[in-house]
Design a binder for this molecule. Structure first.
Ligand code: NAI
Length: 252
């Protein structure tokens, strides 16, 4: 097993499920000291069990990434435990329901923006000073193909992910000369609990999505996690402020 993240201190949010869980597992497998955060404690327990059963380790912490106090406590905890922070994968997210704009409940709109976009701002606000103290670092933010398109019914989600793309570019611009690289990952239709639950509610939508993917299948969490690891590795050392679309060709 390659150890390209040996001794790197890595924080993954949304580590209790899907892409985040898989990224946490791969970072641990490749030698990193991994911290996993999620609102879902049961999910974190499962992630921890998966990683420990393979002989690696992870430190998990229940965190609501939309709350500044939670995010600050999380990053303070990483710094106190590990002495620094090298890599942050700001990945937690929710889709919200599907409603036309005029029917979209305002509270739900605000919640999706808070969990998907405010969280990335809060994460970077506290991660950047920690990385500067460590002499540099790498940040990967999870956007979506919805950062490039306008999926009907998903105004909050699309707006939040367009926002993640914009924040990523600003953060990359502000930090390129300070030793911190920032990029975004844009997954397409990926078979995680998020999508499986939505597909169960709306099988026709799931079928439509599959026919719209040139690869004729959804992505697997590991395929997205591998892309996140690449974005945070030295192999992408000259990549700044970009959004890597990993979608089976859906947006070609
Ligand atoms: P998932 O639902 O399997 O995992 C998301 C995790 O985020 C869950 O464990 C959930 O508990 C956590 N989370 C939700 N709200 C939180 C909060 N307030 N604080 C902390 N953790 C919270 O979904 P998946 O697919 O792994 O999603 C990961 C990221 O990928 C999300 O940002 C999502 O928007 C994005 N994405 C996923 C796609 C897909 O097809 N699965 C497509 C495009 C983007």
């Amino acid at each position: 097993m390659s150890e390209d993240f040996k001794d790197k201190v890595v924080l993954v949010t949304g580590a209790g499920s899907g892409i985040g869980r898989e990224a946490a597992r791969l970072y641990a497998a490749r030698g990193a000291q991994v911290f996993g955060a999620d609102l879902n404690e049961a999910g974190l327990v499962e992630t921890e069990a998966l990683i420990r059963s393979a002989g690696w380790s992870i430190d998990t912490r229940r965190t609501d990434v939309s709350r500044e106090t939670d995010v600050k406590v999380l990053i303070d905890h990483v710094q106190q435990s590990a002495g620094r922070l090298d890599i942050a994968f700001n990945n937690a997210g929710i889709t919200g329901g599907t409603h036309r704009i005029e029917e979209y409940p305002v509270e739900e709109f605000d919640r999706v923006i808070a969990v998907n976009l405010r969280s990335v701002f809060l994460g970077m606000k506290h991660e950047i000073p920690a990385m500067l103290r460590a002499g540099g670092g790498v940040i990967v933010n999870t956007a979506s193909v919805a950062a490039l398109t306008g999926p009907g019914g998903m105004s909050a989600y699309a707006a939040s992910k367009h926002g993640v793309h914009g924040l990523t570019r600003v953060a990359a611009m502000e930090n390129a000369a300070r030793g911190i690289r920032v990029n975004a990952l844009a997954p397409g239709w990926t078979e995680t609990p998020m999508v499986v639950a939505n597909s169960a509610q709306n099988p026709a939508f799931a079928e439509l999505a599959r026919t719209a993917i040139p690869a004729k299948r959804g992505g697997q969490p590991q395929e997205l996690a591998e892309a996140a690891l690449w974005l945070s590795s030295n192999a992408s050392s000259y990549l700044f402020g970009q959004m890597l679309v990993v979608d089976g060709g859906m947006t070609i």
